[in-house]
Design a protein. Sequence first.
Length: 574
Amino acid sequence: MHLNCKKMSVFELSEQEIQRRETLNKIREFGIDPYPAALYPVSHTTQGIREDFVEGKEVCIAGRMMSQRIMGKASFAELQDSTGRIQVYFNRDEICSGEDKTLYNEVFKRFLDLGDFIGVKGELFTTQVGEPSINVKEFTLLSKSLKPLPLPKTDAEGKVHDAFTDPELRYRQRYADLVVNQHVKDVFIKRTKLFNAMRQFFNDAGYMEVETPILQPIPGGASARPFVTQHNALDIPLYMRIANELYLKRLIVGGFDGVYEFSKNFRNEGMDRTHNPEFTAMEIYVAYKDYNWMMDFTEQLLEHCALAVNGTTKARFGEHDIDFKAPYKRVTMRDAILEFTGFDIKGKTEEEIFAAAKGMGIDVNDTMGKGKLIDEIFGEKCEGNYIQPTFITDYPKEMSPLCKTHRNDPELTERFELMVCGKEIANAYSELNDPIDQRERFEDQLRLSERGDDEAMFIDQDFLRALEYGMPPTSGLGIGMDRLIMFLTDNQSIQEVLFFPQMRPEVKSHKLELTENEKMIFEMVQKEGAMDLNDLKTKAGLSNKQWDVSIKSLTKHGALKVVKTDAALTVELA
RNA sequence: GAUUCCGUAGCUCAGUCGGUAGAGCAAUACACUUUUAAUGUAUGGGUCCUGGGUUCGAGCCCCAGCGGGAUCACCA
């Protein structure tokens, strides 16, 4: 069947993509390399040009051509580089000083498409309407773009039309998103500024950035389902880390005063607008400090970071105006629950708290221990009320198996969480350094696990051995970096602050050949030469939908044609 | 996992009562030497997410599935 000989891949390309491939061939025939190897001697960025604009200055810049306005013998285009855009002016007689005008008429006007990378050399000037521009003397094609960008347009009032907004496409094709949506790029620039500011703050304080294992034999330091993988040579399972806490503490045992790590963590749990299977936490441990010191340190840190990222300590998040200026309010968990529910957890038994939680309409069950119950009450009734940065302190012991017992109350721990807009963004302890207490806490966790709490922790014997050598009093802090940058850039979804958020695999079904139905119809017509359409439809015995799809496809691909006569419709070979 | 909304041209979106598939931008062609959402004229472009059903006839109605968004649940 000759049909199969057709290059079916062409069917998958849009008209514009085919045209660009044809243009590419013409460019090559003309003797221009559409993907030249040589460096291009860029002398300025568009931003640099705007900041120091001098009429007549010679510049050489490179970038993508994002718009083109051709007006006969003169044209304007916009070039976009990493710092922004600038207008470039192409004048036929500037570019082609001799008789031969093909460089302008053919190369510029016909061979270039939106999205192509070009380099231009020229002089700065200002147009009659006051737009800073480059008068192009020479231009070079640097890389041909074969796929049209989803280009939005911005009108005189700055309103964006036809914006590329579909979240699925934006996340799957982040490269295109970044090209056409400047505000998306800004988010990621701020993300990097945040990391840099935090590093700076820690380094200035004399603490050391370290790296610890991502593949761990025991996934410790948090309660979460891990990803499991297999090490072939050792023939053992290894886990992607859910936290790096226990390794950083080992380093404190080893004698470092302060260590921190930006840790990519992996948790095999649900995905939604605040959870991605891999995310970034920052953890820092400082010897000879306690959680009170850490609160001071944290509020100084966040004030510093907010200033570095946004130039102000104030930030808007959805409906809320928040201010990261230190100091932050400090509220114990007992007082928080007392304030919002009127119930005092102090001195209460598990049964009393269970009954109280149930009375508040909270969904409780008997796998929950005392700590979990208190956590549920706090999460349900209190958490959402803390909009401005607030430290919630002194958590129940059972929920915090790595945290030192409170110096004044054996039921509590020296722990705080920092709440912003009702969400937790940081968690810190006076770290538990008593190895015997630590072993007991792990064993309590094991009992919880047997009771049905699938979030309880594994026992890490090597970590206990390290503690037995002695760990100085230490305070540790963990910050959810993704959530923090969400707050600093007013994004409600974690996908917006990750370059490549996890997505379901893309499903693509390409119809590369004729389907069985299409072959059958084609063969029937081939045998008969020509057939009445209704006859053919009956003989094919297909559903209406299936018939419709098949005959449309066959006529579209030029296999068959439908001829209309006065009497009836006839199908023949094309 | 539950609920709900959505899926139509490269992009953003219309699509009436079920009756031959629409617009703007982008593309192609022509005109135009300081425009800027350039403009004017003309042209091409569709697997209406997939499959099944109802119907003389489905983008539209029904069923199932796939994909996505939002809310909730889960997840310190």
